[in-house]
Design a protein around this ligand. Structure first.
Ligand SMILES: [Zn+2]
Length: 107
């Protein structure tokens, strides 16, 4: 692979990644509404006292995203939204694409 091709491939990967992240950027409230719909009251299953709250993105406003790498496949990962209990810290991961699709179907 020439250096030019490699640079072009990286640019394309970068564009794909940006488009993917953009689609998954949802307001924190939208994730909270989704959690409420799936578990009315959002009560923590571990301490049974606190509530699951949608984790914020570092820049605020939108729901935070976490990704985990797929072993042995570079550049591929699984993306999640997370929710943390306000009392004990129990944290749940939600498959981002699945949640995002469910949000699109809601209305
Ligand atoms: Zn808890």
């Amino acid at each position: 692979m020439s250096e030019k091709q490699q640079t072009e491939n990286e640019a394309t990967e970068e564009e794909l990644l940006s488009a993917r992240v953009k689609r998954l950027q949802v307001p924190r409230e939208a994730l909270r509404d989704y959690l409420d719909r799936m578990r009315p009251g959002r009560r923590c299953t571990f301490c049974e006292t606190g509530l699951y709250e949608a984790a914020p993105a570092p820049n605020g406003g939108t729901a935070g995203l976490v990704s985990t790498p797929v072993p042995h496949i570079s550049g591929l990962g699984v993306w999640f939204y997370s929710a943390t209990c306000t009392i004990c810290g129990d944290t749940r991961l939600f498959h981002a694409n699945m949640v995002r699709n469910a949000m699109s179907e809601e209305h």
